[in-house]
Write a protein of this length. Structure first.
Length: 335
């Protein structure tokens, strides 16, 4: 069941972010990169939505547009019932505290010339959290314990920590301003597999303790299986399938979702293979194909896919954009 109007912490409706392509001496607009097109998302309070897709599919742009780090051309981003798209910078400032982001590269996220105590306390100082610097130092030390780091190490510099430890510091920095939603943009993809598991377990424990919601952006369906409550699969700027994690893993309906799952490493022989590989490369978002955006690579393409955009239809505990998911659609493959 999707988040209702009352318990949806974040609701994204019709989000569209296109970037102009400038050419010539006068830098005239010659086209657009269609990074995000008509994206709808919902995240309930204290839950996790995984936004999944290949590199270049637009998922990071979607996350940055939700945070107003990119300028979207259309759509609504309702957070706590307030449309963030309609706010000026002054009115938006309180919401920047309540929505935080953790990036892929923790080393690039931390100032190498600042002690990690100052990096973590920076947001506190900006939003007036803590009575004074001594109080903020105590809060940073407590956050280090919360993310399973030695509080005595708060005076060290970023280069004195491992990659996994630096990502824990970035998590502590996000928690420092007491957010309700954290966008995790490929937050574990740069880490070793064993460290990935530790960070995912930490995020899960923090969610249970603090009731934080996550938008978890990743290219790997397998990495979010035990963290996400719901999954939205993005291809070429559009959500092609969404639903509960259980339903997506048990009965994926879209051929692209099936291919992603088949490619994910698994120790379970029943989950390896089982779907034909996708064909070719991802088309350019500046020149997307007509009809279904996935049809040039789909192993089960129908003639109508080449000219018609599939409507969104209800699937098991979610929705899917695929003609094969319509009643009698799978039978048409053999026609």
């Amino acid at each position: 069941m999707s988040a209702s109007e009352s318990d949806a912490l974040l609701r994204v409706e019709g989000l569209r972010t296109w970037f102009p392509i400038k050419q010539g001496l006068l830098q005239r607009t010659a086209g657009h990169v269609q990074a995000v097109t008509d994206v709808d998302l919902e995240i309930a309070e204290g839950s996790t939505l995984a936004l999944v897709g290949e590199s270049g599919c637009g998922k990071t742009t979607a996350g940055r547009s939700i945070l107003r780090l990119n300028s979207a051309q259309a759509g609504r981003v309702l957070f706590e019932g307030v449309d963030l798209m309609g706010l000026d910078e002054r009115a938006l400032r309180p919401y920047r505290r309540r929505i935080q982001i953790i990036f892929q590269d923790p080393m690039a996220s931390l100032n190498p010339r600042m002690r990690v105590r100052d990096s973590v306390a920076e947001g506190m100082r900006s939003f007036g959290i803590g009575r004074d610097e001594a109080d903020r130092t105590a809060r940073v030390a407590a956050l280090f314990e919360k993310v399973q780091l030695d509080p005595e190490h708060i005076w060290r510099y970023p280069h004195e920590f491992s990659g996994g430890q630096r990502q824990r510091i970035c998590i502590a920095r996000a928690l420092a301003v007491e957010p309700r939603l954290i966008v995790c943009d490929e937050a574990v993809s740069a880490l070793d597999v064993s460290i990935q598991a530790q960070i995912l377990n930490l995020l899960g424990d923090l969610q249970k303790e603090l009731g934080i919601a996550y938008l978890f952006i990743t290219h790997d369906l397998g990495v979010v299986r035990y963290l996400a409550d719901r999954v939205a699969v993005m291809y070429l700027g559009r959500i092609v399938e969404s639903g509960t994690t259980e339903a997506i893993f048990a009965h994926p309906r879209h051929p692209y979702t099936q291919a992603l799952l088949a490619a994910a490493p698994s120790v379970d022989p029943d989950r390896r293979g089982g779907a034909p590989p996708v064909l070719g490369d991802v088309p350019s978002p500046s020149n997307p194909p007509p009809g279904c955006p996935f049809h040039p690579r789909c192993p089960s393409v129908l003639e109508r896919c080449r000219s018609e955009v599939p409507p969104e239809v209800n699937a098991e505990a979610g929705k899917v954009r695929c003609f094969l998911a319509e009643p009698g659609g799978e039978a048409a493959v053999g026609d």
